[in-house]
Structure formats: structure tokens, C-alpha cells
Design a protein around this ligand. Structure first.
Ligand code: SAM
Ligand code: DTB
Ligand code: SF4
Length: 329
């Protein structure tokens, strides 16, 4: 099996620190410069500080989801104007993956609006994973809950990462999603880990959660043993027709703090500055990189919402002296 960047960056783990929620909250409350300094120090001990991992997302099955996640445009409970579409065929997926590769992405992430995949869905996805991997890209998929057999099918196909977010703290989860519970998410993550694939799991901020709940999400992630190789931190993208459309905006500096706390508590993870970059200034994104973010979604589109244009990201990276991970490793 091809060695992945995460495996290179993350040698055998020694005993992992356990974080209490109070300790994590104390990190959030540090003076901003102290927090950034500490995060940047840890970042430099573990990574090339100027290399950024680039992942391109493709929605392989959009809309009509049977879950009721309050933030999501694709839930059939909401009216965000996203249609229930059929799954893309393999040629469309490969075309997008080749374009992502030639634009400089190292990883291709395939997302589906499913509670869990069916047997037929799995047949198609397994083929997609095999073929995308054959292009020489890292592969990631996010398909909802998995059972043991499905996890094994993905591992055999050569899937490098499985994304499944915890999204928020356990005690706030029920305010956002009622059709599954927190333990369902943890069970899928454990299956992915047991099968030997890299775990990608993170969350969203700006859902109306308080600081203790942000710390609670970080504690869940950082205390997994081992913690995820990839940790996406999303800023809620508010879309009309979803229950969270009117939620109050968070202060962008609080987003930066979330990134820095993820970096400090999960020193060897790739921390991804994920959804919400379209609404962020270059200055805020620069602070996120300083706080230890070293991965982004790269390409005009996330799943159903926009992301910065490739040209804008290239210009930002040039301005900051950042380069794609694949070019230097
Ligand atoms: N259906 C699968 C699932 O829920 O795991 C995979 C796709 S789902 C869209 C993947 C993740 O995208 C969610 O867990 C959530 O963290 C993030 N997400 C979805 N809608 C979002 C939004 N409006 N703003 C920010 N993040 C969002
Ligand atoms: C993740 O943490 N963020 C991505 C990915 N994993 C699948 C999804 C962001 C979705 C943003 C809203 C949309 O485009 O629909
Ligand atoms: Fe479905 Fe995933 Fe959206 Fe939830 S986040 S409604 S599971 S697509």
C-alpha cells in the first residue's frame, strides 16, 4: 500500500496526552498572541510550516439526504433549493479528479448525501476509489455511517482517508441533529480506525455553541487514541432554507482560536481550514495558517456551496510564501 503523507508526518505514537475540557477552555482563553505563539511553536516542531495540503472536494451524490442536520443544504427536511440528484458516473468523477490533479491538488475527496451507503452505492464508490487512486492521488470519501463490511470494502479499494465529522460537543449535538446520535458517529470512526484507514474528523463552529462546547468537541477529537490524522474545522456556511440560516456570525478571531487549539491538542494532525473560507479575508486566513492550519479545500466548489477560486488561492499562497505539500515532499 502506498505510504500517505499523514503516515510520513506521523511516526509511531508514544503515549498520548489526555485533555480535560477545563484545560482546553483555558487554551481558548489565553491572550491571543500567547495562543498563536504556542500553536506556531508546536506546528514547527511537527511540520514544514509553509507546506499546505490541498484537497479537492466533489459531491458524487447531491441532495435528498434522510438526515436532518440543521446546517445542511442537502437534507430532505430543509428547503435550500438543492435537488435530489442521481449519483455521478465514474467518467464524470475521473474527469473532475484529473482536473483537480492538474490544478495541483494532492487529495481527492468524494462526498455523498447519504445517511449510509447501500450495497449498490458501495459498488460504484469502490470503483471510483480504485480509479482515482490509480491517477496517483490520495483518496478520501465521506458517505455517512459505515458497517464493518463496507469499511473493509473501502480499505481493499485503497481508500486513504474516511471523513466523518463529530461536528460539535456531545451535549449540543441534539440541538443540531435528531436523526442519529453521537455514538453512531463514534462507532463509524472506530470501524474506520480498526480497518487501518486514516481518520478525518472535525467539526463546525458558529452553530450557536458556547466556548465549553467548542472545548468539548476538541476534547472528543484530541482524546481519541490515536487522534484523527486529519481534522477539518468548518465555519458554518449559512444557507437560506436551513434551520441555522439566521444564526449569529462568529468573530473571525474565534475561528482562528479554534484552529490554534486544534493544533496544540493534536500536534501531528493535518488541521484543515475548511468550509467558510469564501467569506474570510486574506488576513484571517493568514492568521489561521499562523495558528497551525496546514490544509485547505482547493477548487471553486465545496459540496453545494462555493469556495475561493483557484487563482485567488494561488495568489494568497504566493503572497504568504506557502506551497502545496506535494511539491516539496
Ligand atoms: N453525509 C455525510 C455526513 O454527514 O457525514 C457526508 C457529507 S456531509 C455534507 C460532511 C460534513 O460537511 C458535515 O459533517 C459537516 O461538518 C460539513 N458541512 C455540511 N454543511 C455545512 C455547512 N453549511 N457549513 C459548514 N460545514 C458544513
Ligand atoms: C468537511 O469537514 N467539510 C466538507 C467535507 N468535510 C465533506 C464539506 C463542507 C460542506 C460545506 C457546505 C456545502 O458546500 O454544502
Ligand atoms: Fe445528510 Fe451529511 Fe447533510 Fe447531514 S451533513 S444532512 S448526513 S449530507
Amino acid at each position: 500500500m502506498q505510504t500517505t503523507h499523514a503516515e510520513i508526518a506521523r511516526p509511531a505514537q508514544t503515549a498520548q496526552k489526555k485533555w480535560s475540557i477545563a484545560e482546553i477552555e483555558a487554551l481558548f482563553k489565553l491572550p491571543f498572541s500567547d495562543l498563536m505563539f504556542r500553536a506556531q511553536q508546536i506546528h514547527r516542531e511537527n511540520f514544514d510550516p509553509n507546506a499546505v495540503q490541498l484537497s479537492t472536494l466533489l459531491s458524487i451524490k447531491t441532495g435528498g439526504c434522510t438526515e436532518d442536520c440543521g446546517y445542511c443544504t442537502q437534507s430532505s427536511y430543509h428547503s435550500a433549493g438543492v435537488e435530489n440528484m442521481k449519483m455521478l458516473d465514474i467518467d464524470e468523477v475521473l474527469k473532475a479528479a484529473k482536473a483537480a490533479k492538474s490544478a495541483g491538488a494532492g487529495r481527492f475527496c468524494m462526498g455523498a448525501a447519504w445517511r449510509e451507503p447501500s450495497e449498490n452505492d458501495m459498488k460504484a464508490v469502490v470503483e471510483m476509489v480504485r480509479e482515482v487512486r490509480a491517477l496517483g492521488m490520495e483518496t478520501c470519501a465521506t458517505l455517512g455511517m459505515l458497517n464493518d463490511e463496507q469499511t473493509e470494502q473501502l480499505r481493499v479499494a485503497g481508500l486513504d482517508y474516511y471523513n466523518h465529522n463529530l461536528d460539535t460537543a456531545p451535549e449540543f449535538y441534539g440541538n443540531i441533529i435528531s436523526t442519529r446520535d453521537y455514538q453512531d458517529r463514534i462507532d463509524t470512526l472506530e470501524r474506520v480506525r480498526k480497518a487501518g484507514m486514516n481518520v478525518c474528523s472535525g467539526g463546525i463552529i458558529g452553530l450557536g455553541e458556547n466556548l465549553t462546547q467548542r472545548a468539548g468537541l476538541i476534547a472528543q477529537l484530541a482524546n481519541m487514541d490515536p487522534y484523527p490524522e486529519s481534522v477539518p474545522i468548518n465555519n458554518l456556511v449559512k444557507v437560506e432554507g436551513t434551520p441555522l440560516a439566521e444564526t449569529e456570525d462568529i468573530d473571525p478571531l474565534d475561528f482562528v482560536r479554534m484552529i490554534a487549539v486544534a493544533r496544540i491538542t493534536m500536534p501531528k494532525a493535518f488541521v484543515r481550514l475548511s468550509a467558510g473560507r469564501g467569506e474570510m479575508s486574506d488576513a484571517v486566513q493568514a492568521l489561521c495558517f499562523l495558528g497551525g492550519a496546514n490544509s485547505i479545500f482547493y477548487g471553486e466548489q465545496l459540496l453545494t456551496t462555493g469556495n475561493p477560486e483557484v487563482e485567488r488561492d494561488r495568489a494568497l499562497m504566493n503572497k504568504l510564501g506557502l506551497y502545496p505539500l506535494t511539491e516539496k515532499h
